[in-house]
Structure formats: C-alpha cells, structure tokens
Write a protein that binds this ligand. Structure first.
Ligand code: PHE
Length: 369
C-alpha cells in the first residue's frame, strides 16, 4: 500500500522546487496525467472492496485535489516571477536621450533659386515659365540659330523620337526659348502656366530645368538655369551690367565684388558677352571678390533684332537685354561644393550637410534671412 502522506510530501517538495513552467508541467503529468502516480491510485479504487473504497476514496481524492491546488498555486507564482523578470529587463530608461529624428531640408538648388527670386523680385522682375519639352522652333530657330548650323550641335541636345506629325521635340537645352514665349503671342491652346506673349515693357526671370548630354565635375545632364529678359525703350548694355552686377553683389553678399564683360557669341544676342567675377582659386576653394582669377557666371547680351522681329516687336522701338545663369553652378560657388554632380546624386549625407532649414526663408534685402 502506497504511503499517501509520503507521496504527498514528496510531490509538494518537488512542486515547490520546480524552476519553471516546463518543469512544473512535467510534475503535473507525472502525478495527475493519464499514467501518473495519483491517477494510478484513483484507478486502484475500482479493484477494492466497498469498505476499503469508502475509506481510501476520500483520502486519494483529497490527495489529488491538494496536489492539483499546489500545482495551480505554483504556476501562478512562476508566472508572476517571470513577468517581474521581464519588466526589470525591459525597463525604459527615461533619462536616456531620445534617438535623433530625421529632418527634411531644402535642397541647395531650391535654396539658391529662392534667393535669386527674392533678389530679382525686389528689382521688379516677374516670374515666367515654359515647358521642359520644347520644339526646335522655340529652342533654336526663333533664337536665330540658322538651320543646320553647327551651333545647334554645340548644345548636345537630347532629341525625342519623331511624333506622328513628323516633328522631333527635344529637352530644352537652355531657358532662352521662354524669351520667345514671353514675347510672342501664339494662337495655340497652351496650359495657363506657360508664358504666352505679353506687351512690353517686359521684365521677367525664368527659372527652370535644362538638359544637355554632358557630365563631368561642372556639367550634369539636367541642370537649372535662370533666364532674365528686359524689353523696353532705350535699353542698353549699361542697364544689363548694372542689373547683373547688383545681383552678384547681393547674391554673394559682398559689395566689393568685381566683374568684367568678356566678348562672346550667342546667336540670339548682339553684342554678346560672358560676365566673369573676380575670385581666388588658389586654396582649392573659390573665394569671390578677391584674388587674381576670373570665373564665368553668366551668359548675356542685347536681344538680337531678329528675335524681336520674330516675336512681332519693332527693333527700332523696343530693345532689351537677356541673361542666363546656371542656378546649381551659382550654388556650388556660393556654398563651396567641389562637384556639381553631387547636387543630383541624392546622397542623404550630402543633402544633410549642404541642405537648408525650411524655416530660414530668404528675404528681399539680403537674399537670406
Ligand atoms: N542660353 C545661353 C546658354 O545657355 C545663356 C544666355 C541667355 C546667353 C541669355 C545670352 C542671353 O548658354
């Protein structure tokens, strides 16, 4: 006959010593499972005489109930201990600094664009826009590039496949086609944002994307230009020089900046010039307004009479000047970026380094707040 009190004492001790839920479950199966020790005792009741069963039944059932209760109690205790351990291990230290939050920024090209617009807006220029996909007429012909002239090749044009009307459109190689769009009124149904024929006097700037098949440290296949166009009576080179000089001084935030016109050729301006600014390149970086070097910053000139005639303006009444800045290029010069291609590489570290806070808005007086 099994010693019930001995069995109960042994089971109680084992249950108390169970280290985890798994060990406890093992003990439960060994005692109360189908072939467990207590289940065997319960089964033995069937073979007993009624008197014996009356005596042993309550003792064995009592044993079963007490062991089951001990197991349940231990299970609760083990679960509570496990939760305590997890809470201790996963405790959040509120005194630790929060992980840094990624902030978006303004791309240097857009920053420079905003600065340029602020400066030219203060001088009374309005904004005009034209399409990136241009036709040969606006990009070349109307700008006095003779047909089959090598100057057309000078721009390494991206041509689009011929369309159903037999035309080959192109990605505009400069913003100058918008000069034509601003001056010439067409009957075409153009989307509202595309400039279309205004009466002189005209004073506009035209920022936008431009494209040439070219890539090195100072050229990228897509870049940004800002065209300027002024048409009025009695306009001469002096107005052009004052306008670009004033812009350069404001943009580079140095009144001492020195500029020079260097004769050049563009089919759509006569005379044509490139404007250089004095700078110092000796230390590897470019310092504006000092030193012995000259750097080209803008192509410009007086609007060619042929352009005016094409646009329906009488060159004996109206004259004007135009200029075309490289926006990204101005950014590389002002903010000391060695390679223009980085502007469009979408390298997040570069963008975080050179990007601008969206809250530092440019203002008209300084270009920057
Ligand atoms: N369109 C010229 C270029 O891209 C720049 C320019 C603009 C020159 C206006 C003269 C007048 O090189």
């Amino acid at each position: 006959m099994t010693d019930l009190s001995q069995l109960e004492a042994d089971l109680a001790a084992q249950i108390e010593a169970a280290a985890d839920a798994q060990a406890l479950e093992g003990l439960r199966v060994a005692a109360l499972g189908k072939s467990g020790s207590i289940s065997a005792l319960l089964k033995s009741l069937g073979a007993m005489s009624p008197d014996e069963r009356r005596e042993q039944g309550p003792r064995i059932n009592g044993l079963r109930d007490r062991v089951a209760a001990l197991i349940a109690e231990k299970k609760t205790a083990l679960e509570a201990a496990e939760l305590d351990a997890r809470l201790a291990a996963e405790r959040v230290d509120l005194t630790l600094p929060a992980p840094p939050r990624r902030k978006g920024g303004v791309h240097p090209t857009m920053q420079v664009l905003d600065e340029m617009i602020a400066i030219f807006a203060e001088m009374g220029f309005a904004l005009a826009e034209g399409p990136d996909i241009e036709d040969d007429f606006h990009n070349f012909t109307a700008l006095n590039f003779p047909p089959k002239h090598p100057a057309r090749e000078m721009h390494d044009t991206f041509w689009l496949p011929e369309n159903e009307r037999g035309e080959r459109k192109l990605l505009r190689t400069h913003t100058s086609p918008v000069q034509v769009r601003v001056m010439q009124r067409t009957n075409d149904k153009l989307p509202g944002w595309i400039a279309n024929g205004q009466e002189p006097p005209i004073r506009v700037i035209v920022p936008g994307r431009t494209y040439r098949s070219d890539s090195d440290a100072t050229h990228t296949p897509m870049f940004h230009q800002m065209e300027g166009l002024v048409i009025d009576r009695n306009i001469h080179m002096g107005h052009l020089k004052w306008t670009v000089d004033t812009f350069i001084a404001r943009f580079f935030e140095t009144p001492a900046v020195e500029t020079r016109f260097r004769p050049h050729h563009f089919p759509f301006t006569e005379p044509s010039a490139e404007l250089d600014v004095r700078c110092d390149r000796s230390g590897g970086e470019v310092k504006i307004g000092q030193g012995e070097d000259w750097m080209e910053v803008v192509g410009c000139g007086m609007v060619h009479p042929n352009i005016l005639r094409t646009c329906g303006l009488d060159p004996d009444v109206w004259q004007g000047f135009a200029f075309g800045f490289g926006i990204d290029r101005l950014g590389t010069l002002k903010y000391g970026m060695p390679d223009l291609r980085d502007m469009f590489a979408s390298d997040r570290r570069w963008l975080e380094h050179y990007g601008f806070s969206p809250f530092a808005m440019p203002n008209a007086a300084t270009g920057l707040s």
